[in-house]
Design a binder for this molecule. Structure first.
Ligand code: ZN
Length: 187
């Protein structure tokens, strides 16, 4: 995948990334030895609606003090966060499963009306656009499972979700596992 993203699941995984920063090439300019920690990205999401939580850590390819980095920054995301949406992968997984099994309206209700209907409709569209890329990424890990044809109103989407679950059978949240393993945003 050309545009690989960085994710971590646990503090141990983050610490391992942080310790290796000096030996890690910058994803933009490929220089080694220029990456330094550059703060945090906090935001609201369903894991803690009252308080901002850590969503990503920023890394800077330093061009200060005569360092030869490119001066660009990038994020190392916590694997269970959805970028640009104040959501975790877990609530998105719940929403998508319900949307496939029944209707979008029922799916919105299943999330406890955490966001407005319009927001969820937008999220659905964003997922819909991402579906073929998700399918392609998953096919690298194995074929989609067979599904009974009459099982759902949205067979193609049901197939993608079943494929996702089959690809990460032991994952707490298959979407977080997807982001971490594929080094790519789910939506
Ligand atoms: Zn760089």
């Amino acid at each position: 995948m050309a545009d690989q993203r960085w994710f971590y699941r646990t503090l141990d995984e983050w610490n391992a990334i942080a310790e290796r920063l000096k030996q890690t090439p910058c994803p933009h300019c490929k220089s080694v030895g220029m990456l330094i920690q550059h703060g945090h990205l906090y935001g609201f999401d369903d894991s803690s609606p009252q308080r901002k939580t850590l969503r990503a850590r920023r890394i800077f390819c330093s061009n200060r003090n005569r360092r030869r980095g490119c001066g660009r920054t990038f994020s190392v995301w916590i694997a269970d966060k959805i970028r640009r949406l104040s959501l975790t992968t877990r609530i998105l997984w719940t929403f998508l499963q319900r949307a496939v099994a029944g209707s979008i309206v029922a799916a919105i209700r299943a999330t406890g009306s955490l966001r407005s209907d319009r927001t969820w409709q937008r999220i659905w569209k964003r997922f819909d656009r991402a579906q073929s890329a998700i399918r392609t990424a998953l096919s690298g890990r194995g074929p989609p499972p067979e599904l009974p044809i009459e099982s759902t109103r949205r067979p193609a989407t049901a197939q993608v979700l079943a494929h996702l679950q089959a690809a990460f059978p032991n994952a707490d949240c298959p979407i977080a596992a997807f982001q971490f393993s594929m080094r790519s945003f789910f939506v």
